[in-house]
Each structure stands twice: as C-alpha cells, then as structure tokens.
Design a protein around this ligand. Structure first.
Ligand code: NDP
Ligand code: 2IT
Length: 448
C-alpha cells in the first residue's frame, strides 16, 4: 500500500485478512487509507483505532430470497444489507440487483457511501444492499414477487430513523414501488421516509430521478470553471445508458456540450450528431431495449461497436456511468492520447487505481465518484426532509438545492486538498474531508 504510515498498512492488512476474497472492498478501503497518511497525527479525530472501526460494518444482514417465476417454479436468490456506519444519521444507501452482486461488492459500495454521504454535509450514515437477482428478461409480475419476498425479510431492519434504502443498478422506481408497497403492507404504516426514489404521487421528490446525472454535470462545470473553462462546445463521452448516464447526457446537452457516445454491457454507440435523448429514452426506459436497437433506429449518424472500448472515442470530457472498474489503464491511456481534460465518475469506483494514477500524472482533472456522484444521495436526503415535514418542493427549488450541494462538495474537496498539501487533488480532498466529518462524530459518540 502506498503510505509510509505503518499503522495504516496494518489496518489495511487486517481488512484483507478478515474479509478474504472481497477484492472490490479491499480496493475501496485501500484508496481511502492511502490518502489518510497526512491526517493521522495532525488531527485529533484521525485516531488509528477510529479508522480501524470505520472499516468494520456496524451490521451485516444476509438472507434467503425465495420466489416463484411465472411458470410457478421456485427460484432462489441471496439478499444483502450492509449497515456500515450510523455516526452521522440513519443508514442510507441504495440497493443493487445484478447477478454480479456478492458481499464484497455490497461492502465496497457501503464503505464508499459513508464518505460520500459525509461530504454532502447532510445527516445520513452509510449503507448498501442488494441481491444477485437479475431483473433482465423478467416480467413485471416476477420482479414484483421478488421485491415482495426481499422486503419480507428486510423490513425488520429498516425504518425512517434506522435505515433508508434507495435505488442503484437494476433498481429504479418500479422496484422501489413494489418494495414500498410490501413494507407498507407488513408494517401497516405509511412511512414514506423509509425508502427514497419514490414516485411523485406516493412520497417522492422532484429531481431525485435526475439527481445523480445532473449533480455529476454540475460538478464537472465547477471543475471546468476552476480552470476558466465551461461545458459549452465540449465533446463528451458517457459510458452506460441507465439512470445516471441518461440524466448526465440530458444536463450536458442543456449546458451546451455534446455527448457523442454511450454504451451498455453489450457495446457502445458513437453518434457524432449527438445522442438523441428522446430516442435513447424510448428504447431504454420504455422498451428496455439495447444500444444496438438505438443505432438501428437512429440510422446513418450512429455506429454500434460490439467489441472495443468506449474510451477510444476522442473527447474533452469522459463520464464513466456504468459500473466498477470499467475504465482501466489502457482506456485511460487512450483518453490522454486523445486530449481528454476531465474525467468525472458517475458510477461508483469505475476507474481502476492504475488508471487514476495515469490520469493524475498526465494532468487530467479527475473527480472521484464519492464527490461527483453525491447528488443522488443528497437529493434522497432532500426527499427525506420533505417526507418528514409532509411537504413537496418545486422542481426549480429542489434543483437549486442540488446545485448548491454539488458546489459545496466541490469546494470542500479543493479546500481540504489544499490544506493537506495536495492542491487540485479531488481524490485526496474527498477522502480526507469525508473521513474527518464522520471520524469526529465517531469520536464524540464514544466506543460504540
Ligand atoms: P442502471 O441499472 O440504471 O444502469 C446501469 C447501466 O450500466 C446500464 O446501461 C448497464 O448496461 C450498464 N452496465 C452495468 N454493468 C455493466 C458492465 N459490467 N459493463 C458495462 N456496462 C454495464 O444503474 P444506474 O445508472 O443507477 O447506476 C450506474 C452506476 O452509478 C453504478 O455504479 C451505481 O452504483 C452508480 N450510482 C447510481 C446512483 C443512482 O442514484 N442511481 C447514485 C450514485 C451512483 P446493461 O443494461 O447492459 O446492463
Ligand atoms: O451510490 C449511491 O449514492 C446511490 N445509489 C444512491 C443512494 C441513495 O440512498 O440515494
């Protein structure tokens, strides 16, 4: 591990030994600990015992999820909820439904969530959950039965003051609806604040659907502004074509940039005229179709590439918005060679450590997910505020609050990086600032 502080290396070694085979979790812990060297010994809250405790989840729930498919055949999945840290507020973080989900993925996401939520300045702890259930190709009725079975176990661990899940990969408003319905039925309570990402008629907040992608682009605007630039006229590449990607594309277009490529797990599309958002939405959100369907429907201006890397498409700004470790060293090298100036993570941990190093060394501004994609969970906290006061805010007001939060997350990263001798380093700034707020609270709350 790249730190001269042997005590941090010992904490990392212990994490690896106690959590064997959980590579993504090790990676996420390592990325944070490597930046804490300058803080240990300089700040009272940066106590090595606090750091050690921070790496151990407060509670981990693993459960069986049995359900019946449309043919009446029994199916079996595994459910997870890792309640990582509640020093700043109720556990908060999304649920992911994807066949790749196992404990190591849930722990990496939950660990990152602690620092992200801390950076927002809002009263939310860190958690993550999900299942290895694959919603692809499943009917609405199957998804509903799965969600009902999942919630039949999970409900006992949740509550508006205890643990508040939301969506993530594979979990959108449809799934949140089925989960909320089952929670309401079991508890006989209309406890709107127990889940976020709800529909507007049943306790949801305006802008929550758009928030992660919009917030990401607000963050990029701040990064460009710091070097007197703007998004106007820039060429942007966005990986993925789900919730985060679609709303990032929308905001880039609103601010005068042009997104010329996006992707799914089966390939990417280059569309030099700019991605047609209405068409993309119709295919992805209404038909649950593929990027190849988009290229076919779009005609001559769009080209679908089934094998190859989206990072080979020349651009000024790259926004990885699909999944973890999707931008590796080779991809980063291509981006640098093609003159890319900014990489900002919409997904969680999409850039490998080698790729981050390469980008930093080449002078590319790099914004880590725990800062750049914090707009989603921040707007979830705004949804909780509205639920608590039984109020609903306008789109304009909520978007304004989101923009202010992203602005302050950006400034907090830069100021902290400067203070600890790493000027311009958003990664160090995010890790240190996120860490200090939660560590101070942990110290104040005693050995619990
Ligand atoms: P969605 O399920 O809406 O979309 C995921 C997108 O990523 C799809 O286009 C999917 O393609 C693609 N994808 C998934 N896995 C892979 C893979 N292995 N290789 C290539 N493409 C892949 O999820 P979200 O947009 O909500 O989430 C995307 C990322 O953003 C995740 O890392 C998530 O943790 C993060 N995030 C989400 C937030 C939110 O509010 N939703 C908040 C902050 C971060 P395909 O359809 O082919 O699977
Ligand atoms: O990774 C994330 O920040 C999310 N999936 C959103 C979590 C939330 O509780 O809104």
């Amino acid at each position: 591990m790249a730190t001269s502080d042997g005590r941090l290396t010992a904490v990392y070694d212990e994490v690896v030994a106690r959590n064997p085979g959980e590579d993504e979790f090790h990676q996420a812990v390592r990325e944070v600990l490597e930046d804490l060297g300058p803080v240990v010994g300089r700040h009272a809250a940066a106590d090595v015992e606090v750091i050690r405790r921070l790496c151990e989840p407060e509670r981990q729930v693993l459960f069986r999820v049995p359900w019946a498919d449309d043919e009446g055949r029994p199916q079996l999945n595994r459910g997870f909820r890792v309640e990582f840290n509640s020093a700043l507020g109720p556990y908060k973080g999304g649920l992911r439904f994807h066949p790749s989900v196992y404990l190591g993925i849930v722990k990496f996401l939950g660990f990152e969530q602690i620092f992200k939520n801390s950076l927002t300045g809002l009263p939310i702890g860190g958690a993550k959950g999900g299942s290895d259930f694959d919603p692809k190709g499943r009917s609405d009725a199957e998804v509903m039965r799965f969600c009902q079975s999942f919630m039949t176990e999970l409900y006992r661990h949740l509550g508006e003051h205890t643990d508040v899940p939301a969506g993530d990969t594979g979990v959108g408003q449809r799934e949140i609806g089925y989960l909320f319905g089952q929670y309401k039925r079991i508890t006989n309570r209309y406890e709107a604040g127990v889940l976020t990402g709800k529909g507007l008629d049943w306790g949801g907040s305006r802008v929550r659907t758009e928030a992660t992608g919009y917030g990401l682009v607000f963050f990029v605007e701040e990064v460009l502004r710091a070097s007197s630039g703007s998004l106007d006229g820039t060429k942007v590449v966005v990986s993925g074509s789900g919730n985060v990607a679609v709303h990032a594309i929308e905001k880039v277009h609103q601010l005068g940039g042009r997104v010329i490529a996006c992707s799914d797990s089966a390939g990417y599309v280059v569309d030099e005229d700019g991605i047609d958002l209405d068409l993309l939405r119709e295919i992805k959100e209404q038909r649950r179709g593929r990027m190849s369907d988009y290229a076919e429907a779009r005609g001559r201006s769009a080209q679908h590439v089934g094998d190859g890397s989206i990072w080979s498409v020349p651009c000024d700004v790259a926004l990885p918005c699909a999944t973890q470790n999707e931008l590796d060293e080779a991809g980063a090298k291509q981006l640098v060679e093609n003159g890319c100036r900014v990489v900002a993570e919409g997904a969680n941990m999409p850039t490998t450590p080698d790729a981050i190093r390469l980008l930093r060394d080449a002078g590319v501004s790099f914004a880590p997910g725990k800062a750049a994609n914090a707009g989603g969970v921040a707007t979830s906290a705004l949804e909780m505020q509205q639920n608590a006061t039984r109020d609903t805010w306008t789109f304009e007001h909520t978007e304004q609050r989101l923009a202010e939060i992203m602005h302050s997350v950006h400034d907090r990263c830069l100021e902290t990086a400067e203070e600890y001798g790493r000027p311009g380093d958003y990664v160090a700034g995010a890790n240190i600032a996120g860490f200090l707020r939660v560590a101070e609270a942990m110290l104040a709350l005693g050995l619990v």
